[in-house]
Design a protein around this ligand. Structure first.
Ligand code: AP5
Length: 216
């Protein structure tokens, strides 16, 4: 099954994506993590895309679509996939459809997580992420057992460079103008689109997502 998690910055896509993928043994395909990894490794891709990410702008469609295509091609057939942070434009959604059609597959379900801007800003301000395993914590709302250390693999947690308040505001604007049309794209297609209240606590959001997808 192929599922897309959509929603604004900080709404909990990463948090729910980890829970969903771990619970089902699926693969997470997280374009933000792939781009951050490229940057940490100092690759050409990382250097090319750094300025877009730091400014809270979207990385050009052709770059992201190429990256996803490569990643999908490397997965064993039959692997369930949770897409997080992709697609983010109508061009990316149509690029993904073409990729999947070539594999005889399609997007089955789309989950749109929703929350108020004030909650998103507060969550992002406190977010700390693990650069190795992708686990996400929050200094106020979901702290790790040991301050600054990932509970899962002991790596030092990081505060993302694009989580500065001005950049976050811009990322919210970019979401509204460039990514919300992706919801319309899927609502007009054969995929089932679920809208889930992301204001609830992590466990309640997880229950709502699993129930919406009918995979409990
Ligand atoms: P990306 O990494 O995808 O960031 P994003 O979409 O802005 O989303 P976030 O990672 O900020 O938030 P999230 O929804 O995953 O929330 P999280 O679970 O962490 O993209 C970054 C950049 O990369 C983009 O700006 C762009 O430049 C580039 N990029 C990536 N993909 C691209 C693409 N397809 N095309 C072009 N460019 C692309 O949770 C946030 C915090 O809240 C955490 O601290 C968490 O603990 C807490 N929290 C989560 N859920 C709850 C809850 N229910 N209650 C209380 N706290 C919660």
């Amino acid at each position: 099954m192929y599922v897309i998690l959509l929603g604004p910055p900080g709404v909990g896509k990463g948090t729910q994506g980890v829970l969903l993928a771990e619970g089902l043994g699926w693969e997470r395909l997280v374009t933000g993590d792939l781009l951050r990894q490229a940057r940490a490794e100092g690759t050409d891709l990382g250097r090319e895309t750094q300025r877009f990410m730091d400014a809270g702008e979207l990385v050009p469609d052709n770059v992201v679509i190429g990256m996803v295509k490569e990643r999908l091609a490397a997965l064993p057939g039959g692997t369930g996939v949770v897409f997080d942070g992709f697609p983010r434009t109508s061009a990316q959604a149509s690029g993904l459809s073409m990729m999947l059609t070539a594999l005889g597959m399609k997007i089955d379900q789309v989950v749109v997580l929703e929350a108020e801007d004030a909650s998103l800003v507060q969550r992002i301000a406190g977010r700390r992420s693990c650069p190795s395993c992708g686990a996400v914590f929050n200094v106020v709302l979901a702290p790790p057992v040991e301050d600054g250390v990932c509970d899962k693999d002991g790596s030092a947690l990081q505060h993302r460079t694009d989580d500065a308040p001005d950049t976050v505001q811009h990322r919210l604007d970019v979401y509204r103008t460039q990514t919300t049309p992706v919801i319309d794209y899927y609502e007009a297609s054969r995929a089932t689109v679920h809208h889930v209240d992301g204001e609830q606590g992590v466990d309640d959001v997880q229950t709502a997502v699993v129930s919406a997808l009918s995979i409990a």
